[in-house]
Structure formats: C-alpha cells, structure tokens
Design a protein around this ligand. Structure first.
Ligand code: 5AD
Ligand code: SF4
Length: 478
C-alpha cells in the first residue's frame, strides 16, 4: 500500500539526545479523549523516551509538557484552556509546552491559541505525530515557535517507538480515520478518511507484544469492521499473504484479521473498538464465534433507539435492524454480551424518541453503557440543525437513562454472585495495595485478595458480592 511509510524518528531523537547531553530531562503528557488518543500518547512517550527524556507524573518536574487533545465533545476545550492557564507559569523556567491531537485540526482553536496563548511552543496534529521529534528539535535548537498541522489525510507511519503504560493489556491501532460522517461527529473532519494498516505489521506488533508478556490486546479504529474496505473499494488487491507464528494465512478483511490474530501464542484476549452496526457482517460474527481468544463482549454503538433520530444522525440502520443484529449475534453466540455508546439530546429528539432509546436499552440489557449528552461541534451537519434541545431537557434525559442503566447493571451484577468466573488479573488495586484486580471477559471489574504472582494470569474465582462498579471475588488457591 503506498500510503504506508517508515517513520524516521531516530534521526531526530538522536539529535535531541545530543542537544540535551549531560542533562536529565523529563516529560509529562496529559491525554484527553478516547483510547486512540491514549495510543497516540504512548507513541509520543516512546518518541520522548528514545530522545532521552524520562516520564514524570508530576507536572512541576517536567521540562516538556504535552497536551494530547480531543474534540469529540465540547468540555475538552474548556479543560484545555483551563490547564493552559495553569501551566503558563512554568514558561519562566524554560519549559517547552506542546499541544497535539484532534483539536489542533480545528481552525478556530489554533486561531485562539495563536492569538491568546502565544506562549505555546509547538502545535501539531494527529497526522504529524511522527514528526514531533523533528518539531521538538527545531524548537530546542532554533528557539522558534512551531506549527505543524496537515489538512490532508496523512499517512500511516510504521516504526514509531511506543512506551506503554500497562504491562498486561495493550492497544493496537489497526486503522485511522472514518468515512461515515455521522452528523453529530467531528472525527471524520479531524482524523480524515479511512486508511488501514498492513495486516503483517499488525500481526508483527501483536507477536512482539505477546513475546513481551502482554496477555490482552484491544484493536483500535473509528470503524474497525471496515478494515481494508476503502482499499478494496479503490480496486487495490487486499488479499495479503501473512505469516502468523510461522503459519501462512490470507488476511483480506476484519474477520480474517481476527482469525489470524487468534493464532498468536500468548495472547489470551482480543477485544476491539469500535465496530459500526451497519458493517457487522456475518463473517465477523462467525470469526468471533470460532476464535477462542476473541472476547465474547461486543461494543456495538447504538447512539439512539429512535429510527427517526438514527436517520437524522446518518447512522444507516433502524431501531429494528439494530435489535435484529444483536439477536442474530446472540443466536449464533449465546454467551455474547454487549456494551454501547448512547447520545441523548440530539437535535429534534422528542420524548417519544428518547423512550425508544430506553426501550432498546431494556431489550438488549447492555453490560456497560457509555452515555453522552449531545454536544454541538462546529463544522458538523447537526450543529446547523434548528431544533436543538435545551440543556435542562438533555440533562433530565441523561439522568433518566443513567438511572435505568444503573438499575440494570445492579440486577445483572447480582446474577454473577455465587458463580465461578474467569478473570485476567491486571495488577494491584489502585486504592488498596493488598487487593488484586482483574476483569471478566465481559469487562466486569473483579477485586479479590491474592498474591502478586497471579498478575498476568487467567484464573477462575468465585464471585462473593456485587457492588455498583465492581464485583468482589474469592480465590481459594492461594
Ligand atoms: N456529542 C456527544 N457525544 C458524541 N460522540 C461523538 N460525537 C459526539 C457529540 N457531538 C460520542 C458517540 C461516540 C463516542 C465515541 O462519542 O457516542 O460513539
Ligand atoms: Fe464519528 Fe460515526 Fe465515524 Fe464513529 S462512525 S467516528 S461516530 S463519524
């Protein structure tokens, strides 16, 4: 594929090392937004690590502060500008301040930064992330302000170093961009059109992760089940001959990618976010069914339960089609569970439309619901719609949905009590060092008493009690 390039970060990170020779430099990254952004932050951390910088959680110690921004909802903007006000004081001691991420693709934001936040040193976008070491080198060596933003779609860069947060679970991006243009969503404007990574590069990365001891991977993309589709539509040959653990296979779709990754020794769990219901083809269902390591929890964004609102959102499915899809998957894979994203207060949403959303929530009985209040995004179709919903109605509906979801989860959690479940042990609980924490395949958090050697293992334990956000387990083989 001609849009895939090898990154040349090393040339620049070595120059930065030379510049900083003899000095201990530290970096601090603040990530806003989705898992794709977190994945980008791990790349930025990898780049800075290669350049000789050490990571610090303490912003006051940092020589460079990076904000990796998101623009999916409005509150991220308030958060960024608030934080910028706080870090301005560090400029006096020569700290470099850089801002990257999706928000930098929005012209009104960069304009505001250039006019009112002149102390920011580097502005870069998601398409220029791999050039960050070059930007930083130029800033450090010439002390000039850098703005490095590409309006075009950008390419896929392989070989960018990564410094991962977690030692058990890793995210792996498989595609970038989105072609769907849901009318509320800014992502297609800031992340560009869909482009997929080469399957062998993905497999190599997952094999490397397995050899480093990772047990769970989450495949990331704005629309993972259209992996390779846009290349196919352009008439490119997408039948890739790949090698997985020395075995030859063909990958030509999301389904075949799942089947190939299922072969990687050591990877116990494979998750993916997010698929689009309209592209959830039968081959994907059968790939999930036949692949032991693919988790039987599907994140299937609903957005709204009203066919009228779904049409206005440009989601390309009806309420009935969504329910039928979920039922079809359940029929094929009886142990399947679902999680979802829902937006309340989209323009034109009536009480009746909202009731449709509640109705789907009742029918599907999701394991987890990510709930969002509709947020107007400049440049999207929905922002220009006239029938915007007043804030207090949006909040009222949000609370009503939340109440229903919490009730359902409570009932659901009760069904776990007394049962034996398999969990992947992730580490020590953040709040209590004597407690270990892990997750079920359906992504429920389970806390239990156990010894450190269990971290990274899949174990069976008994659920003894349920709480709103976690289950308590008992492991009897200590
Ligand atoms: N307002 C509120 N929520 C949104 N999302 C995307 N755009 C908006 C918006 N303008 C939500 C969708 C998506 C999730 C990642 O964020 O539910 O699935
Ligand atoms: Fe946004 Fe829709 Fe694309 Fe998801 S599928 S990134 S909601 S436009």
């Amino acid at each position: 594929m001609n849009n895939i390039k090898q990154a040349d970060t090393k040339i620049w990170t070595e120059k930065i090392r030379e510049l900083n020779k003899g000095k201990e430099k530290k970096f601090h990254i603040m990530t806003m937004g989705c898992q794709l952004n977190e994945n980008d932050s791990e790349k930025l951390a990898g780049i800075l690590n290669e350049a000789g910088y050490i990571k610090t959680e303490n912003i006051e110690d940092a020589d460079i502060i990076i904000f990796n921004t998101c623009c999916v909802r409005e509150n991220a903007e308030e958060k960024l500008f608030g934080k910028l006000g706080e870090v301005k004081k560090y400029k006096e001691k020569g700290v470099v301040i850089a801002i990257g991420g999706c928000m930098m693709q929005e012209k009104h934001i960069t304009k505001k930064l250039n006019e009112s936040y002149k102390f920011v040193d580097i502005i870069f976008g998601p398409h220029t992330l791999e050039q960050f070491p070059k930007d930083l080198y130029e800033k450090l060596s010439e002390n000039k302000k850098i703005e490095d933003i590409l309006d075009i779609d950008g390419q896929i860069f392989e070989g960018v170093p990564v410094l991962r947060e977690d030692k058990i679970r890793a995210s792996v991006s498989i595609m970038n961009g989105c072609n769907n243009f849901c009318t509320y969503c800014i992502v297609p404007y800031v992340r560009g059109r869909e482009r997929s990574r080469n399957p062998q590069d993905i497999i190599n990365e997952v094999e490397r992760l397995a050899s480093e001891g990772y047990k769970e991977i989450t495949l990331l993309g704005q629309n993972v089940n259209s992996y390779l589709v846009s290349q196919k539509e352009k008439g490119e040959d997408v039948n890739f001959k790949v090698k997985v653990q020395a075995k030859e296979m063909i990958v030509n779709s999301f389904a075949t990618l799942l089947i190939a990754l299922n072969e990687v020794n050591g990877i116990e769990r494979i998750r993916f976010i997010s698929p689009h219901p309209k592209d959830f083809t039968d081959d994907v269902i059968s790939a999930i069914k036949q692949s032991k390591h693919v988790c039987k929890l599907i994140h299937l964004p609903l957005q709204s339960g009203s066919t009228k609102i779904l049409k206005s959102m440009n989601r390309k499915y009806t309420k009935e089609e969504y329910i039928n899809l979920a039922n079809k998957i359940k029929k094929e894979i009886p142990e399947i569970t679902f999680s979802t994203d829902i937006i309340v207060g989209f323009p034109g949403e009536t009480e009746e439309d909202f009731e449709d959303t509640l109705d789907v929530v009742k029918k599907i009985n999701f394991e987890q619901v990510f709930m969002f209040i509709y947020s107007r995004r400049v440049g999207t179709v929905a922002d220009k719609m006239e029938n915007q919903i007043p804030e207090e109605i949006k909040h009222k509906r949000f609370n009503k949905l939340k109440e229903l979801v919490e009730k359902q989860i409570e009932v659901q959690n009760k069904t776990y009590v007394g049962k034996s479940v398999s969990i992947l042990v992730e580490g020590k609980s953040k709040n209590n060092k004597d407690i270990l924490t892990g997750r079920t395949e359906s992504n429920k958090v389970v806390n239990f008493e156990g010894t450190e050697d269990l971290i990274g293992k899949i174990i069976d334990l008994k659920i003894v009690s349920q709480h709103m956000w976690y289950l308590k387990g008992f492991y009897d083989k200590i």
